[in-house]
Design a protein around this ligand. Structure first.
Ligand SMILES: [Zn+2]
Length: 64
């Protein structure tokens, strides 16, 4: 069953590569979202304890 072992090692390597790519993609998306929120002219919808921007979905707590 050496073949199976090799196959699972290949799969592990492949998963690690994919995870690195997805982490890089996630990082990029977080930066883009953060940039959009920084440049958003927020329009908040107030709820009981939070307010949520209708444009960028930024949520701010109203509790102190
Ligand atoms: Zn906003």
């Amino acid at each position: 069953m050496i073949q199976e072992g090799e196959n699972s090692l290949d799969r592990v390597i492949q998963i690690n590569v994919e995870m690195k790519e997805l982490e890089a993609q996630l990082d990029q998306l977080r930066k883009e979202l953060s940039w959009l929120r920084e440049n958003c002219a927020h329009e908040f919808e107030k709820k009981e304890y939070i307010q949520k921007c209708l444009k960028c979905q930024l949520i701010e707590s109203l509790q102190w």
